[in-house]
Design a protein around this ligand. Sequence first.
Ligand SMILES: *Cc1c(COP(=O)(O)O)cnc(C)c1O
Length: 376
Amino acid sequence: MEFIDLGRQMDRIRPSVSARMEKVLHHGQFIMGPEVGELERQLADFVGVKHCISCGNGTDALQMALMAAEVGPGDAVFTTTFTFIATAEVISLLGAEPVFVDIDPRTFNIDPAELQKQVERVRSEARLTPKAVIPVDLFGLPADYAVLEDYCRKQGLFMLEDAAQSLGSSLQGRMAGSFGDCGSTSFFPAKPLGCYGDGGALFTNDEQLAARLRSIRIHGKGSDKYDNVRLGVNSRLDTLQAAVLLAKLEVFRDEIQARQKVAAGYSSRLGERFSVPFVPEGAVSAWAQYSIVVEDRSALQAQLKAAGIPTNIYYPKPLHRQTAYQNLGYGPGSFPQAERISESILSLPMHPYLLENEVSQVAEACLQSKTASPRG
Ligand SMILES: *Cc1c(COP(=O)(O)O)cnc(C)c1O
């Protein structure tokens, strides 16, 4: 069994991928070819925003958005400590300071009440200027935008949604990528919508922000790439990757549906003994991961491995405990929820092509183990 089975997906889409790639080989416009624009239009429609700006990867997407918001030295950017390093790394690379926030242990996403506390603390210390917030839709579940959007607007904070794991998910009918001032995503192969290499995109309804992002994407270009009106980066989505993504978009809605079935199959079997993922009212997850919280994680992981079932730990160390961030001075116990979850979370195989009997097999193997989720 595979943790994420891209082979089964390829068996389904190979003719369409091949035909689209062949077309690119024929016209030869490998950089910013017609497929890039076509994909951007289709993705903007899919997410329900006016503008989609594709780019080289999800990390660049985050960095470009912060560059467009003119984040720099002296600025504080607030984000969850329970995420992939890329979310915070771009803040530091621009000379600003990441201010970490603890999570809601039910959703694993940034806790809006904790965010408010951190913003107030930074304002009262007056060393940094609160500038932006990056909520992450962890494991494919949108963060609590009903509260976060309102809060950021009132506080004058730029909000960047890190939707790297959540494309295809929604909250009260609004698609992930559409929240805040700007949304970003990743097309890394293992993400819900992945290409066959690196890729990323940004989403916004703000015309001026979109224009800045298009300029930043190509070295801060003005009327052409030899007219440079600001400093930018070199981060375009390859035409070949756009072609792959156009083929994958044809089946993406169907895949999101299939993921709901897999998740429901797991939860109905595991829910009695384990704390299974919580999906708030009105939310639909993209199920980038299906993660349970268990008391004796290493025992369960070893037992599943012996049964031929792969698992992964996202994430074994919150960002405030990473060596790279020891300079920020957060000690152990700074963010108790994230620390507790990082010690007990385990992700099970999850992809749209998991068969019913495979879901049962994984669930059975979990139930045969002696461990359960911690009480309370
Ligand atoms: C994958 C990921 C990224 C980075 O995307 P890349 O395309 O790998 O650069 C950023 N944030 C989160 C939450 C991710 O999961």
